[in-house]
Design a protein around this ligand. Structure first.
Ligand code: HEC
Length: 648
């Protein structure tokens, strides 16, 4: 063949193929061949993180649109023909429609009996990152390397069978010899909504001010974050990483479900802000015109932002090594004040902000001193420090009464950063001139009866606190250790209505904090605050210290905790509100832990099995009103008579 002929042939082929692509608008993306990690929440508010599924044989992702019959049929065909759940294959649907918020997704999924996770990608960022274009478009992903081995329709042309290319790709993964990427064109072309890049966004007018507000509190010289946002070049250099941390919801470190409740100090990015930030990054993170607001990132914070404190608690010095992870440190500092005081505000000032990940300050007197123990956590609280939140001005007309002669306790979580350092944290207390009307109360829901089977990926435990008086709730604090996967607080009102008020779908041990409601919640006596935590004791949880053991309650991080802090006041003040009523406290604790069905009464079969026989007679005797269980007052008598108050 002459050179001329070859050229003609080539151009003919090229021409044909471009003709083909203009004919078929349903051509799939050919450029995205790897699946970037992401985290999205599904219709239940449950987190789906792609890389969590690294030990599965395959991950299937399907683009979803509520109105698409084709997507519905595709899902049904997949489920019928492949039965992914039986083969350990992860399957999730991704919905990029901006109108499909949590409520809409939930209603849609239940109306259509969809049990699979339908992920809310309302900014369309994950769909775009994965190169998804059409409803029903399906990806087969190889979790060994996160490359895409199939992209195309889930069904073949008949609409009856799974597409042969998909079946082959899946089979190759199941057989352990992954094939190269296979592309198949869509048979119908129902395109996904395209989210246009926000207009008018520049570094100077939008991006930098956003970073200043949401990130630079930690990402500044001397802050806890490993790099400082001090100018455009810095941010541009880190922009691929910023993209990744935002898509996986790791940064900013705010873990509350945005669909539930409104909180103070919320550092999360709105959907719009995420779109602005990511589309700016995708455009190359340009500097553009205008000045650089990040230049102003302040190296030196004034130590006491509310002025000189009335009293400063200075913790002992502590040496932090360059590397490794440290157990929580507990410090006790005697209170040298010679009078009782009402505290109205607190600031915790770390000596080295780069290492203090959290600090919980309490006071009281732990019998026998506290040693290295978290007993101090069950004392009245002053505040919890987390980076970016170092002051706590107590809610109006509330205060914390600190009697003379007690001790101050602090639990410190130190993290290392590659250089040895010494920390000496100070706690500044601000006193009220006059006693406030209300005592700011603190209570901890605890379940010491944990039993988390080895290997369990989603094991739920719960406990509750029932208010004996009308109250106003200010803030909530979920706490678990490395196996904590998700956590929530629900209120169950006396009329039986239940409402989730805080949900943390991707609980992270490294980021402990109180979530303070914008609007405090008033609750009537009899309301239960139910705290539920789901634990992941499987090998998929990469922070799991040991997936082979049954895990029980304990203070060590290789044990587990169900600890739910509540900060509140009583609606009507009483004179002795600042005293902890020990029998009431322990009765609440015991009921909340043992009353497994949460009906407000502890029955014999809810007590630990080993103790039932021994307790049968006492239970029968204590059950004065013969309801078949012990209500609060009866349970209190039971606790006192059996010395359980001392044992808890
Ligand atoms: C409350 C403090 C805090 C805030 C606010 C914060 N960061 Fe971070 N950031 C950290 C810490 C600490 C790390 C180190 C890694 C870790 O602990 O997860 C980090 C790490 C990072 C990293 C590097 C990730 C890695 O793998 O090392 C990026 C990128 C990042 N942050 C971006 C952001 C962006 C963007 C924002 C704002 C939208 C933000 N951060 C807000 C504390 C913070």
């Amino acid at each position: 063949m002459s050179r001329f002929h070859r050229t003609v042939l080539a151009s003919l082929i090229m021409g044909l193929s471009s003709f083909a692509s203009s004919l078929h608008a349903n051509e799939v993306n050919t450029e995205v061949t790897r699946a970037a990690d992401f985290t999205l929440l599904d219709q239940q508010g449950k987190a789906f993180n792609l890389h969590y599924h690294g030990q599965r044989p395959a991950v299937l992702l399907m683009a979803h649109m509520a109105g698409s019959d084709y997507a519905r049929d595709s899902l049904n065909t997949l489920l019928k023909e492949i039965a992914p759940q039986d083969k350990g294959i992860a399957l999730a649907l991704i919905n990029p429609e901006s109108g499909m918020d949590r409520q809409a997704l939930m209603e849609f999924a239940s109306a259509n009996a969809i049990e699979q996770s339908v992920l809310q990608d309302d900014a369309g960022m994950v769909s775009a990152t994965l190169g998804l274009r059409y409803a029903g478009e399906t990806l087969v992903i190889n979790p060994q390397r996160w490359d895409i081995v199939y992209r195309g329709p889930a069904m073949d042309e008949t609409g009856q069978r799974v597409h042969a290319g998909l079946a082959a790709a899946l089979q190759s993964l199941m057989d352990g010899n992954p094939a190269a990427l296979q592309l198949a064109q869509m048979t119908t072309a129902q395109t996904l909504p395209v989210h246009e890049a926000p207009v008018g966004v520049t570094y100077s007018n939008t991006v930098a001010p956003m970073l200043l507000e949401k990130c630079a509190g930690c990402h500044r010289p001397g802050g806890i974050a490993p790099w400082a946002m001090t100018n455009h070049a810095m941010v541009q250099g880190f922009s691929p990483m910023i993209r990744e941390t935002v898509l996986t919801r790791r940064m900013p470190p705010w873990h509350a479900d945005p669909a539930i409740g409104e909180f103070m100090h919320d550092m999360s990015l709105s959907v719009e802000q995420k779109q602005q930030l990511l589309s700016w990054i995708d455009a190359g993170a340009p500097r553009g015109a205008g000045d650089d607001p990040l230049i102003a990132v302040d190296a030196q914070l004034t130590e006491w932002s509310m002025g000189e404190p009335d009293y400063i608690v200075t913790l002992p010095e502590f040496d932090i090594p360059a590397t490794g992870s440290l157990d929580y440190q507990f410090f006790e500092v005697p209170n040298t004040l010679d009078r009782d005081v009402w505290v109205k505000a607190v600031q915790i000032a770390p000596g080295d902000r780069q290492v203090v990940h959290h600090a919980i300050a309490t006071f009281g007197s732990v019998p026998g001193g506290m040693g290295n123990s978290s007993a101090s956590l069950f004392q009245p609280q002053l505040m919890t420090f987390v980076p970016g939140n170092d002051t706590y001005v107590y809610p109006e007309d509330t205060g914390v009464f600190v009697p003379a002669g007690t001790s101050f306790y602090t639990q410190m979580h130190y993290t290392t950063y590659g250089r040895e350092t010494r920390d000496q944290t100070k706690i500044g207390l601000y006193f009220a001139d006059e006693a406030p009307h209300h005592v700011l109360q603190h209570y901890a829901i605890i379940n010491q009866d944990l039993n988390i089977p080895s290997g369990a990926a989603e094991h739920e435990e719960g406990a509750y606190f029932a208010f004996q008086r009308d109250a106003v709730i200010y803030s909530l604090f979920p706490h678990a250790h490395y196996r904590g996967r998700s956590s929530e607080f629900a209120l169950r009102y006396p009329d039986g209505r239940e409402e989730v008020v805080l949900s943390v779908p991707n609980y992270d041990f490294n980021w402990q904090r109180y979530f303070q409601f914008q609007q405090p919640i008033a609750v009537p006596a009899g309301t239960q605050v139910i705290h539920r935590t789901t634990y992941d004791n499987s090998t998929a949880n990469l922070s799991n210290p040991d997936p082979t053991v049954t895990v029980r309650f304990g203070e060590q991080t290789w044990e587990e905790m169900l600890y739910g802090g509540i900060s509140f006041r009583y609606a009507e003040a009483r004179e002795n509100d600042f005293e902890i009523n020990v029998p009431d406290y322990f009765t609440s604790l015991g009921m909340g832990m043992f009353d497994k069905n949460m009906d407000g009464r502890v029955s014999l079969d809810e007590m630990p099995e080993r103790a039932r026989q021994q307790l049968a007679l006492v239970f029968a005797m204590m059950d004065k009103d013969k309801t078949g269980g012990l209500e609060f007052a009866e349970f209190q008598q039971f606790m006192i008579q059996t010395n359980m108050v001392d044992q808890l």
